[in-house]
Design a protein around this ligand. Structure first.
Ligand SMILES: *Cc1c(COP(=O)(O)O)cnc(C)c1O
Length: 378
């Protein structure tokens, strides 16, 4: 019996979402502790413990928690003191927050193409787009893969540019053994519900040094002088994380090694199962150890992605398209810009169920269904 002939609501076809968080550790206990303590706002022991545990994972204590990954980006960019007309080079193939926050910080996003193999910022195209107004480069480590940081850092050094990595999808990913984010003046993470570690909504900014950390902390708390209440020394925001969110985050990060190990196994199984089929997976450079956040692949040219996703949905398997190119969106449109690699990936890419509780049998079921659906010409 093939997948398509199975009843849609039978025991053999439980619904498989693209993602669901695994909150099976101390998350619940810590949240109740936070509530019982009445420390539910943006001060409390769980914030310190979560920042401490996160700092150990990424290899620097210079981290500060914020209320989501988007404001994390805005805060990082704000603290670069960008001036009107300054340019930040960003991939067009990314989540929209990477681009919106550049505009919100008063700068101009300059879109660069990505490379066909790893779907990430192409250093050759970045170099072509550097102008006297370029101030920063934003590498985005999509799906857990890591940009070519050797070449991007060399470019930044040669042209005196800052780097701001968007690591929202790459907690646990390393380049030559160094955790992502460590290459930046300030780098950001997200703890949205489908990210490797979640706090419901949440984020983290990692600073290059103590001086940048101090600036980030002041700006995230209304610009208030840390030593003098209601005396505001700089422009600021309220981007603070709550102690309740941090309680969830601490429970999550305690289990990060187990979560990452399971995600690696899931990604390896997808790749092995589909090795002899006409799908192109995102390829990792040899320097990369990926967190395998979301297993993503390109459908063969000519397949109808919407139809494939619709057929899989009828088999109770959720998938999601990769991001559309930002330079095609109405508010960021660049009518004359053509980024051939990004546009091709955006049109053919798809992400598969990749959450830690997914079983090997679930992965096999997704693979069989995908092959069947695509062979029928989507
Ligand atoms: C999730 C994500 C963000 C934004 O994070 P939020 O916590 O949802 O605000 C930014 N960039 C990328 C690449 C993301 O995947």
């Amino acid at each position: 019996m093939n997948e398509l002939s199975r009843p849609a609501d039978g025991a053999a076809s439980a619904f498989l979402p693209v993602y669901e968080p695994d909150l099976s550790g101390n998350e619940r206990r810590y949240v109740l502790e936070a509530v019982d303590s009445t420390w539910i706002s943006s001060r409390g022991a769980f914030l310190d413990r979560f920042e401490g545990a996160f700092g150990e994972v990424v290899g620097t204590p210079h981290v500060t928690a914020v209320c989501n990954g988007t404001v994390a980006l805005h805060l990082a960019l704000h603290c670069l003191d960008l001036q009107p007309g300054d340019e930040v080079i960003v991939p067009s193939f990314t989540y929209i927050a990477s681009v919106n926050t550049i505009v919100q910080a008063g700068a101009v996003p300059v879109f660069a193409d990505c490379t066909a193999e790893d779907w990430l910022l192409d250093p050759v195209d970045v170099e072509r787009r550097i102008t006297p107004k370029t101030r920063a480069i934003m590498p985005v480590h999509l799906y857990g893969a890591v940009c070519d940081m050797d070449r991007l850092c060399a470019l930044a050094e040669r042209h005196r540019l800052e780097i701001v990595e968007d690591c929202a999808e790459a907690l646990g990913s390393t380049w030559r053994g160094t955790h992502v984010g460590r290459f930046s003046a300030a780098a950001t993470f997200s703890f949205f519900g489908n990210k490797t570690v979640t706090t419901g909504e949440g984020g983290m900014v990692m600073a290059r040094d103590a001086a940048m950390l101090r600036r980030l902390r002041i700006a995230k708390g209304q610009g208030m002088d840390p030593d003098r209440r209601y005396w505001h020394v700089a422009m600021g925001f309220n981007y603070r994380m709550t102690n309740v969110a941090a309680a969830i985050g601490l429970g999550q990060i305690e289990r990060l090694p187990a979560i990452l190990a399971r995600k690696k196994a899931i990604a390896a199984r997808y790749r092995a199962n589909l090795a002899n089929h006409p799908f192109a997976f995102q390829e990792m450079r040899p320097e990369v150890d990926s967190s395998d956040w979301l297993v993503s692949l390109l459908l063969p040219r000519g397949a109808n992605r919407d139809a494939v996703m619709e057929r899989l949905a009828r088999l109770r398997i959720e998938t999601r398209p990769v991001f559309y190119c930002a330079h095609h969106m109405p508010h960021h449109e660049r009518p004359d810009l053509v980024l051939p690699v990004s546009e091709d990936i955006a049109a053919r890419g798809m992400s598969l169920p990749s959450y830690p509780a997914l079983t090997d049998a679930d992965v096999d079921r997704v693979c069989e269904a995908l092959v069947e659906v695509v062979q029928r010409r989507g």
